[in-house]
Design a protein around this ligand. Structure first.
Ligand SMILES: NC(=O)c1ccc[n+]([C@@H]2O[C@H](COP(=O)([O-])OP(=O)(O)OC[C@H]3O[C@@H](n4cnc5c(N)ncnc54)[C@H](OP(=O)(O)O)[C@@H]3O)[C@@H](O)[C@H]2O)c1
Length: 234
């Protein structure tokens, strides 16, 4: 098993990409902590995969400091938590764009500051392909993703010998779009799938595989890997 006896913390581990990552890490023999805000969803996910749940909010310095104080030194940390609010550039409320940076970018920053990762262990940040393939009405998400990719490269130096990498997903079918009307969600996913060389949208496990590879490959640091079903070449 790739991660036997190792300790892995997934911030945002109760759903989607984070939950798939936690599940894979568990199957590879790791002790896994998953953290997020909604206690009910967190506890039920943790029970299902055999992880330890810790309620935490990535937008709070104190909450993230307390999470990692409780964890002690760990082997690998993954950040998938984010709440994204975007909209037309000229009218999207400043409150919304600030909230996006607060969870997605500053969340990664907070985790990187608070986590105690052993030498040679890893921190993996999750950005998103809008960083280099922008779409209308999502400038703040593209900017946050780009900032995360730059942060991962910088932290590969500042936190060395801890390894720091980023994975940048394309469209992945997770509960992140739960607020969309079901018919529009399905239509969007079907259109995206039809336009991609792989002929389908991603699953949480497609990104989790890359995150596990970052954990296990001791030569990987400062890398940004785009896993998007070919979105960047189509
Ligand atoms: N799905 C995609 O198509 C896609 C594409 C590109 C990039 N990404 C990125 O991939 C990452 C994971 O997305 P996903 O699709 O797996 O989303 P998801 O299924 O909605 O999962 C998000 C997780 O983050 C947690 N979370 C949200 N806000 C939090 C906060 N303030 N503090 C702590 N935990 C928080 C959620 O739990 P609680 O709400 O209970 O806290 C949940 O566990 C995000 O950064 C997203 O931007 C996703």
């Amino acid at each position: 098993m790739l991660l036997a006896g190792q300790k892995v913390v997934v911030v945002g581990g109760s759903s989607g990409i984070g939950l798939s990552t936690a599940e894979f890490a568990k199957k590879e023999g790791a002790d896994v902590v998953i953290a997020s805000r909604n206690r009910e969803r967190l506890t039920s996910a943790a029970e299902r995969i055999g992880a330890k749940p810790v309620v935490a909010d990535i937008t709070s310095d104190e909450s993230i400091a307390a999470l990692f104080k409780g964890c002690g030194v760990v082997d690998h940390v993954v950040v998938t938590a984010a709440q994204l609010r975007s909209g037309p550039f000229k009218t999207v409320p400043m409150e919304d764009v600030r909230a996006t940076m607060e969870s997605k970018f500053w969340g990664c920053w907070r985790v990187a500051r608070s986590a105690e990762i052993r030498n040679g262990g890893s921190l993996t940040l999750v950005s998103g392909y809008l960083s280099i393939r922008p779409r209308p009405n999502s400038a703040i998400v593209g900017a946050a993703n780009g900032a995360i990719e730059s942060l991962a490269r910088s932290l590969a130096l500042d936190l060395a010998p801890v390894r720091v990498n980023a994975v940048s997903p394309g469209i992945i079918d997770t509960p992140i779009r739960a607020a969309m009307p079901e018919a529009s969600r399905k239509e969007m996913l079907a259109k995206t799938a039809a336009a991609l060389p792989v002929g389908r949208v991603g699953l949480g496990e497609d990104i989790a595989r890359q995150i596990l590879a970052f954990m296990a490959n001791g030569f990987a640091t400062g890398s940004v890997v785009y896993i998007d079903g070919g979105a960047l070449v189509s």
